[in-house]
Design a protein around this ligand. Structure first.
Ligand code: FMN
Length: 373
């Protein structure tokens, strides 16, 4: 069996972690997906970033109804925010007053694509107020594993310890790692730039060994571009104790990706998934569509978070509602080039485990070790 010390730390059977993916209304990491991965022996993880606190609580309870095994919740808790509190309406007004060119760019999109102008009916804006309310739900519900992205887990550690919640920090660079180690996280996820969603510039291959060397006794999980057993085995060879995979699970039967976005994932080539700051102000890898081109051509500096997100979300909401999913952000990594079919989460995990075991055997045989049989 493919087993590492991380499995003992988390109480799982195999070191395959399904990444938290906090997209619109939690449609990707559904409770069914999270529970299926955990029931398959890995660690399923809810992406909580796109859910209001009470929606997150309901999703956590829905996972618990489907599995008795450990699972996680991932939240984006940015340290650098352009607004710590305030409603979406207040942020909209601030953009209009202080960044009129940006406002004009976003408003021009409605006419350009022949869509009626409108506003998103959601007051979720990634202010500190919201992310801390989400974190409180994770603690109150005593979720086994709490993954914190973009932020500093330090402030949450005492409460997590008291609630018996294990904490992981997602890092894309060594600078970020130091903050996580100082906070005392239980394990670190080193995410290379190939990844889908928010991502850095250092690739998985150079990032993981550097993080492993710097992390000392703290276990490291490899992420970014891992979508089959060969990638899992490669991560282990780089010194990681497991793999955190997002893109691979976008094509899971339990994920509710819109058919237009699913087709982009299954048919897209790796190079069609590109980094842009249009959607949130932070670099994020998504399917390269018309919006990437328009944003580049506009030559505007992205606003901070959550301002840039608020700037874009009204148009994206209308585009989604009117069926123009080709214009809506589809976060996905370069590993999409490896995906060609929808499988159950159970099958994805099983294939990764079998593939990793076979790759490790092949490697040993190729270098004169034991037989590949
Ligand atoms: C659709 C999508 C949404 C994501 N949302 C989040 C998120 O809300 N929080 C987060 O920490 N990472 C998010 N990520 C990044 C994943 O957690 C993970 O690190 C990444 O998918 C790993 O690389 P891979 O896509 O190559 O497997 C997202 C990734 C994708 C593809």
């Amino acid at each position: 069996m493919l087993r590492t010390p991380l499995c003992d730390l988390l109480g799982i059977e195999v070191p395959i972690l399904q990444a938290g993916m906090g997209v619109y209304r939690g449609l990707v990491t559904t409770p069914a997906l999270v529970a299926a991965v955990s029931n398959a022996g890995g660690l399923g993880c809810l992406g909580g970033a796109g859910l209001l606190p009470e929606e997150l609580r309901a999703a956590i309870r829905a996972v618990r109804a489907l599995t008795a095994r450990p699972f996680g919740v991932d939240l984006i808790i940015p340290t650098q925010l352009s607004a710590r509190e305030g409603s979406r309406a207040a942020i909209r007004a601030d953009i209009q007053a202080r960044h009129p060119q940006h406002w004009e760019f976003a408003q021009s999109l409605f006419g350009r694509f022949g869509l009626p102008s409108g506003e998103i009916d959601l007051d979720l804006t990634w202010t500190e107020e919201l992310t801390h309310a989400q974190a409180r739900v994770v603690l109150e519900e005593r979720v086994p594993v709490f993954v914190i992205a973009l932020g500093d887990p330090g402030g949450f550690m005492p409460a997590c310890r008291a609630a018996g919640v294990k904490v992981a920090g997602l890092v894309g660079s060594l600078g970020n790692l130091r903050r996580q180690l100082k906070a005392g996280v239980d394990f670190v996820i080193a995410q290379g730039g190939e990844a889908g969603g928010h991502t850095g510039t250092v690739g998985t291959m150079p990032l993981v060994p550097q993080v492993v060397d710097a992390a000392g006794d703290v276990p490291v999980v490899a992420a970014g571009g891992i979508a089959d057993g060969r990638g899992v085995a490669a991560g282990l060879m780089l010194g990681a104790q497991g793999a955190w995979c997002g893109t691979a699970f976008l094509a899971a039967a339990e994920a509710q990706l819109h058919p237009v976005h699913l087709a982009q994932v299954l048919q897209g080539r790796s190079e069609e998934f590109a980094v842009s700051r249009i959607y949130t102000g932070k670099p994020a890898r998504t399917f390269r569509n018309e919006m990437h081109k328009l944003w580049s051509a506009a030559g505007l500096e992205p606003l901070g978070m959550p301002h840039q997100k608020v700037l874009m979300e009204d148009f994206l909401h209308v585009a989604r509602r009117e069926g123009r999913l080709d214009l809506v952000s589809n976060p996905c990594g370069q590993a999409a080039g490896m995906l060609h079919e929808v499988r159950s989460a159970k099958m994805i995990v099983a294939d990764m485990v079998a593939g990793a075991e076979a790759a490790l055997r092949r490697g040993a045989a190729m270098t004169g070790g034991r037989s590949a049989a």
